[in-house]
Structures are given as C-alpha cells and as structure tokens.
Design a protein around this ligand. Structure first.
Ligand code: HEM
Length: 213
C-alpha cells in the first residue's frame, strides 16, 4: 500500500488525533504521578511551549513534504495539526495564567508588559487566533480561497514570533542550543516557500503568483 493510500484511509485522522493528544496525556500523567521534577508548574509551562513550537514546525512542514515526496494526501491532515498547534498554545498560556499568575488578570497584564518575551509570545498566539477561527469549511467558503490563503500566511509571522519569544527567554540564560535548532528549521521551511514564490513570479506571465501555505 502506498503512503498516499494509507493517508487516505479513514483511520488516518483518528490516529493522528490520538497521537497529538499523547504529549498532553503524558503531562497530565506526570502531574498526577508527581514525576515532573522539583518545579512542576515550570515543567508544564515549558513543555506546552515546546509542543506549540514543535507543532508549528510540523504544520509548516506539510507543504514542502508533499512537494518533495508526492504524498499529497498529507493535505487532509494539515488542518488538524494546525488546530492542535493552537490548542497547545492556549494550554501554554493557561498554564502560565494559572500556575504562574493564579488567574489574576492584572498580574498577567503586568507581567506581559514587564517581560518583553511574554509580550512576543502573546502576539504569536494572537496571530493564531484568526487562523484557528477560519479553519472550518464554511469560513473558507465565506472568505474565498485567495483571501483565506492570504490570511493564513499569518502562520509565518506567528512562527517567527514564537522563535523570537523562545530566543528572548533563553537569552537570559545564555543558552541558545535548542533555539538554534528551531530557528534553523523555521528558516529552512520559510526559505523554501520564499524561493518557490520567487520562482513562481519569474515564470508566471503576470508575475503575481503567491506563496502557498
Ligand atoms: C505561539 C505562541 C507561543 C509559543 C510557540 C511559545 C513557545 C515557548 C517555548 C518554546 C518556551 C520555552 C520552553 C523551554 O524552555 O523548553 C516558552 C516558555 C514560556 N512561555 Fe511561551 N510560547 C508562546 C506563547 C506564550 C504566551 C501567550 C505566554 C504568556 C502570555 C507565554 C509565556 C511563557 C512563559 C512564562 C514561559 C516560561 C519562562 C520560564 O520558565 O522562565 N508563551 N514558550
């Protein structure tokens, strides 16, 4: 059975749904079993942040992977990966708002204003909001494909802000190893799109082709 045929099987989506829930299940289990280390709140905030960034990279990987491998059926899984990215981003925010700030709105706003890396993270999450809100078929129809695609280019800005957020946080500790890996992955994925867009401009008669998601 080819990869495309496998991806088109009805089981593919439910399987991905369960797979992407596993990090959360692992964290909940860790919190209940007390295996999250000396500072469980910090572990929860950091792990959910890590998963948001990993899934953001995975969302951006779908189109290049389709192009290189011919696994075009991957497209039907992209929306779920994108929505899970937003879900982990919201969890990350909620862990911070609850475990760090006790859901004190004034304290949350003060911290956002005081620590620029949190402001940048908040912007990254805010940019995901319209993407999540328009990820349903009715919204795609209402917006029209071109406008919907243009709106969904916000995912690039969100990815760049996500890495900047991580970089800024780690700069306080002079620890850039992990940040460099994410930055390199995102640079390659965005670079691939830019060169595709540029090539499209060169070859299209009106020079107006746009990058795809
Ligand atoms: C797309 C949105 C976001 C992404 C991709 C993201 C990603 C990350 C990552 C990768 C980390 C570091 C994890 C580690 O050290 O292993 C982190 C830490 C953190 N983020 Fe975010 N984040 C986002 C949004 C937010 C938002 C909205 C807030 C709060 C308003 C926030 C607050 C924090 C805090 C408090 C930490 C931990 C800092 C520390 O432990 O010193 N992030 N985030």
């Amino acid at each position: 059975m080819t990869v495309n045929a496998w991806l088109l099987r009805p089981a593919a989506k439910p399987l991905l749904f369960v797979l992407l829930l596993l990090p959360l299940a692992w964290l909940v289990w860790g919190a209940v079993a007390g295996t999250l280390g000396a500072n469980p709140a910090e572990a929860l905030i950091r792990s959910t942040g890590d998963w948001t960034l990993r899934l953001l990279c995975l969302t951006l990987l779908v189109t290049p992977l389709r192009s290189f491998t011919g696994w075009h059926a991957l497209a039907r899984l992209r929306r779920m990966i994108g929505l899970y990215t937003f879900f982990y981003g919201v969890l990350h925010f909620l862990c911070f708002a609850w475990l760090d700030q006790g859901f004190d709105v004034a304290a949350i706003l003060r911290d956002i204003a005081k620590r620029p890396f949190i402001l940048v993270g908040s912007l990254a999450l805010l940019l995901m909001l319209p993407l999540a809100a328009t990820s349903f078929n009715r919204a795609i129809k209402a917006l029209g494909a071109a406008r919907w695609q243009a709106l969904h280019r916000l995912v690039y800005a969100s990815a760049l802000l996500g890495v900047l957020h991580f970089f800024w946080m780690r700069s306080g500790k002079n620890d850039y190893a992990e940040v460099a890996v994410y930055a390199a992955v995102i640079a390659v994925l965005l670079g691939w799109r830019l060169q595709r867009w540029w090539r499209g401009r060169q070859t299209s008669p009106r020079g107006r082709s746009a990058p795809t998601r």
